[in-house]
Ligand binder design. Structure first.
Ligand SMILES: *[C@@H]1O[C@H](CO)[C@@H](O)[C@H](O)[C@H]1NC(C)=O
Length: 445
């Protein structure tokens, strides 16, 4: 044998001994019935780490009950049980996570490597609250460090033991999935039998609800641009999958998701904002999206004629635009009718609510939405009389962003005032995010 052959033999042996990680031995499952912003965020994070999830229930009607308001979600278990049966006698590992409120922060190899250190067959994420049955809290084994209670939004295990767990009892689609797993976990004999453990210290799974303060975004400088990592500053771990369970979606996950895993940095700006952007110039004029342009004149406004002229000057074919005007100011009746008379023949349609119609502002804003639905609009473009569209490409540029909602940011010079909130408290009130001042000062964009 020459040297190269020796090397080859050595490498082959080495790869056997080290049980090289094989992506095909790990199955990743999630449940999502429809395309939401949260689901897109989940998929982008998966792609970031080369993870290819199997998506259960997509395009189907959600059968898991009223999950927002009460215990429910058993359907997720029934879907997974069915899916796992196809892999029954294969010695594979399966990872299950929710999708709409989950972000991957590491790759499968690292996740599996960590899982193997638990000396368990199935590992669930842990959370701060004993939900949905707080009365069961004292039945849980005590823990010295970390979170004590099971959360069913993320778990990993060998297919064989996972099936034993999922088949432990039958459950209705509308039963609660977390209660189902909690019962199994609190059954000490069963727990020890199949080797079921919780990830108390968030080494793999981080459930944010009630633990928002534990999660900190750490900025790691590299040669190129900074990279962000998530640290649990209480248990000193770097969680690999993040779940915004309960209200923490709004109070914490959305904020973290603006940075992680690779959403923003100071060199490239908002990386995720660019995903999905497209150019309208590729679309034939008669196939351009239908827009309902809703104009609101709620109080006397200087330069209204100019403002309306700018609306009329938008570079977008008028025969793809329906106009809705709500004018509640008598003084502006003539200005509006000049605009309406001049352009009615060009727009697809023009609908006008005049001061004498006595429609309140809130009712008018609702009406605009109804009108959008009844005209089968693709987009609703709301323009108040105080907003001047100085750039005639505004509408086109906004559509090309390909977002569900785009709003302008408005600030007052030299004041800590803006039209947006960087974060929310748990009861939905204003809270200042760490990056709020940077955004208001246009240092982060
Ligand atoms: C809009 O974004 C979605 C999600 O990224 C993408 O699937 C879709 O193709 C985009 N639309 C266009 C017209 O490019």
């Amino acid at each position: 044998m020459n040297q190269l052959q020796y090397l080859f033999v050595f490498l082959t042996l080495f790869s056997y001994i080290s049980c090289e990680f094989n992506k095909d031995d790990v199955l990743v499952f999630t449940v999502a019935t429809e395309e939401t912003d949260g689901f897109q965020r989940y998929k982008i994070s998966a792609e970031e780490y080369g993870i290819e999830p199997i998506i259960l229930g997509f395009g189907e009607e959600w059968k898991g009950g009223d999950i927002l308001n009460k215990p429910a979600g058993g359907w997720k278990i029934n879907l997974l049980k069915k899916a796992l049966k196809d892999y029954k006698d294969q010695n594979k590992i399966a990872l299950f996570t929710d999708s709409y409120d989950v972000i991957f922060l590491n790759d499968l190899e690292k996740i599996v490597e960590k899982f193997k250190t638990f000396d368990a067959k199935v590992v669930f994420g842990a959370e701060v609250f004993a939900w949905p049955d707080p009365a069961l809290a004292e039945k849980y084994p005590e823990v010295k460090e970390g979170k004590r209670f099971l959360n069913s939004g993320m778990y990993i295990g060998y297919v064989e033991q996972l099936l034993q767990l999922l088949e432990r009892e039958t459950l209705e689609d509308t039963d609660d999935d977390q209660r189902f797993f909690t019962k199994a976990y609190l059954d000490e004999e069963f727990r020890k039998d199949i080797g079921l453990k919780l990830d108390h210290k968030s080494e793999i799974f981080m459930n944010l609800n009630g633990a928002e303060n534990e999660a900190q975004i750490i900025d790691v400088q590299t040669k190129e641009a900074e990279k962000y990592k998530l640290k649990n500053v209480v248990t000193h771990t770097e969680p690999m999958i993040l779940h915004g369970n309960g209200p923490s979606k709004r109070t914490s996950l959305n904020y973290i998701g603006n940075y992680l895993p690779n959403a923003w940095n100071s060199k490239d700006g908002c990386i995720y904002c660019k995903i999905g952007q497209f150019e309208l110039s590729q679309i034939k004029e008669e196939e351009l999206p239908l827009v309902l342009l809703a104009l609101f004149i709620e109080f006397p406004t200087p330069f209204l004629e100019e403002q309306l002229l700018k609306v009329a000057s938008l570079k977008y074919p008028k025969n793809r635009i329906h106009i809705f005007v709500h004018n509640s100011v008598k003084y502006h009746i003539d200005h509006v009718s000049t605009f309406v008379d001049a352009y009615t023949p060009e727009y697809l349609s023009v609908k006008e609510a005049k001061p004498d119609d006595g429609i309140t502002e809130w009712a008018a804003r609702d009406l605009a939405l109804d009108h959008c639905v009844s005209t089968k609009c693709d987009y609703l473009f709301v323009v108040d009389s105080v907003a001047h569209l100085d750039n005639p490409h505004t509408l086109k540029l906004l559509i090309e962003q390909n977002r569900t909602v785009v709003a302008p940011i408005m600030v007052r010079h030299n004041k800590v005032w803006s039209n947006f909130w960087g974060a929310l408290t748990t009861d939905g009130f204003y809270s200042r995010s760490n990056d709020y001042m940077d955004i208001v000062h246009n240092e982060k964009r």
